[in-house]
Write a protein that binds this ligand. Structure first.
Ligand SMILES: Cc1cc2nc3c(=O)[nH]c(=O)nc-3n(C[C@H](O)[C@H](O)[C@H](O)COP(=O)(O)OP(=O)(O)OC[C@H]3O[C@@H](n4cnc5c(N)ncnc54)[C@H](O)[C@@H]3O)c2cc1C
Length: 385
């Protein structure tokens, strides 16, 4: 029988390997790095050098796994069960940079940059958002002006995951002042003159994952670092946003499954009131059952969408629906887990409060839930024509 969640033996093996890694290696470091509010950089590098989890969607002959969006969903789901904040930095490197680079760059750029990001020698990220342009991404003002054999980049990017540890970034910039769609993308190295890292944000959740401002002051970028055609970045920006949204939805699944496991165990085995286990109370049953049903529905939607997302197939409607559904569901499940745990759930002694703090970001990053609602309505309306 076809298994939507593990379509092939390779997928099942990848899930097993990632689950073991999450339990054995991510789990023990969660609390320390959440408290320190800093990235376990050594561990992120090891995801390439030791655990071979970079390049899931990169073909094997280019040094990757040669797998698909489902495989990427599996990895993000399993890692997030143990630590969604670490997984966010993994996603910025693996999906926002590696996947985007492989599928959008030319052979010369792949040869130059892929080996270092696949083995974790270099960490990476993607810079699209700006202080004044998040949802309204085409309102970006960072400019790239062509001067002979190079471009001069000026502007500020905001909220950049891995901003303070990344060596390479895919940076989106405007190459024509008066044309909103004229966006180009460039590979920028952190040692290019004029590049600097600005403020690091102090956040509610996803505390292990660094979020920084990047500043570009007359940064000289060689034309060979332009990805694709000048002014043509929207196509790969939108294509990569689909798998970003899908993997953020997968992270929501990992958080929700953890919330469910924690509350089922606590209510069934650990905590009693009025001489009964919490799980004997109808209202607690309702909270857990509701979370479970929503989790199962979102999980089916995310994996069904994954089957249809690939470098040459566009599925913006399904990706938006999967993200909207899964992120709301994860927030509900994490909030519900805190309720089931009562006062203990509100403390850092138990893992459920972190689940909620981390889950909230997933309704914002990669496009807010309001943006997903707008995209869904636009695609549905367009489908009438
Ligand atoms: C922890 C973190 C990590 C991130 N990592 C990255 C990264 O690596 N790279 C990157 O480029 N970006 C990154 N982002 C940025 C993220 O994608 C943006 O925060 C997001 O797109 C929202 O943009 P904004 O914050 O400017 O909010 P705004 O666009 O200002 O939106 C504010 C509110 O208004 C609503 N809104 C805006 N426009 C509309 C509209 N037309 N209709 C209805 N409602 C609307 C929004 O939904 C939201 O509720 C990250 C953000 C965070 C918090």
């Amino acid at each position: 029988m076809f298994d939507l969640f593990n379509p092939t033996d390779d997928h099942a093996a990848l899930r097993g390997l990632t689950r073991d890694l999450a339990k054995g290696v991510l789990e023990p470091q969660v609390h320390e790095f959440d408290e320190k509010e800093s990235l376990n950089e050594a561990l992120l590098r090891k995801m390439g050098s030791e655990y071979n989890l970079f390049g899931i969607t990169v073909p094997a002959d280019a040094g990757g796994y040669g797998l698909d969006a489902t495989a990427s969903v599996i990895v993000h789901e399993e890692l997030s069960y143990s630590d969604a904040a670490f997984t966010l930095s993994y996603l910025a490197h693996e999906v926002l940079f590696v996947n985007n680079l492989y599928h959008s760059a030319n052979d010369h750029q792949r040869k130059r940059y892929l080996p270092q990001v696949l083995d974790g020698t270099a960490l990476a990220g993607m810079a699209m958002s700006e202080p004044g342009a998040g949802t309204d991404v085409l309102g970006m003002t960072t400019s790239a002006e062509k001067k002979g054999d190079h471009y001069i980049l000026n502007g500020t990017k905001q909220w950049i995951t891995n901003g303070n540890c990344g060596s390479f970034f895919i940076v989106y910039a405007r190459t024509q002042k008066d044309k909103r769609q004229a966006i180009s993308s460039f590979i920028v190295e952190n040692n290019f003159k004029g590049f600097s890292v600005g403020k690091k944000e102090i956040k509610l959740g996803m505390r292990q994952s660094p979020t920084c401002q990047l500043v570009f002051e007359d940064v000289v970028v060689p034309t060979e670092n332009l990805i694709g055609e000048e002014g043509g970045a929207l196509t790969h920006m939108m294509r990569n946003l689909e798998i970003e949204r899908l993997t953020l939805a997968a992270m929501s699944l990992g958080i929700a499954k953890r919330a469910l496991d924690e509350m089922v165990r606590y209510a069934s085995l650990d905590r009693s009131a009025f001489g009964k286990k919490l799980a004997d109370f109808g209202q607690i049953q309702q909270l857990i059952a509701e979370s479970y049903a929503r989790y199962r529905a979102s999980r089916a939607l995310v994996y069904e969408t994954a089957l249809r997302i690939g470098p040459s197939s566009r599925e913006s409607l399904s990706a938006a629906a999967a993200k909207l559904s899964a992120t709301q569901m994860a927030e509900y499940a994490a909030r519900t887990a805190i309720q089931v745990f009562g006062g203990y759930g509100y403390t850092r002694e138990y893992p459920v409060e972190k689940l909620l703090r981390d889950a909230i970001l997933l309704s914002i990053g990669g496009g807010t839930n309001e943006a997903m609602q707008k995209n869904i309505m636009k695609d549905l309306r367009d489908s009438l024509q």
